[in-house]
Design a protein. Structure first.
Length: 101
């Protein structure tokens, strides 16, 4: 019984902290609406939320400035983006994958 309870090593808390920090990064799926900047695209997400007073479902649109290193994304693509450290005044997201061309 005591053999199954092992003391955690110094590596386990560090790995858990790193996994926890990576898990806190938000991910969104949206549509590319602009690619006019170098290494940057603008992605618009649509979230359906109930109206606070009346309860009717409304669409909430939000635009994110996304870092696209190879400029792979094109207008109209559906992409997955992830939160990251600030790269500029507006850029705090990075392109993870292109879901659909």
């Amino acid at each position: 019984m005591s053999e199954s309870l092992s003391t955690p090593t110094a590596e386990a808390p560090a790995a858990a902290a790193q996994e926890k920090a990576a898990g806190l990064r938000k991910e969104r799926v949206g549509r590319v609406v602009s690619t006019k900047m170098q290494k940057t695209c603008v992605v618009e997400t649509v979230t359906r939320v109930p109206h606070p007073r009346f309860g009717k479902i409304i669409k909430h649109r939000k635009r994110f400035y996304v870092h696209d290193e190879e400029s792979k994304a094109q207008m109209g693509d559906t992409v997955r983006i992830s939160e990251m450290r600030p790269l500029s005044r507006l850029k705090r997201w990075t392109l993870v994958e292109i879901v659909k061309h």
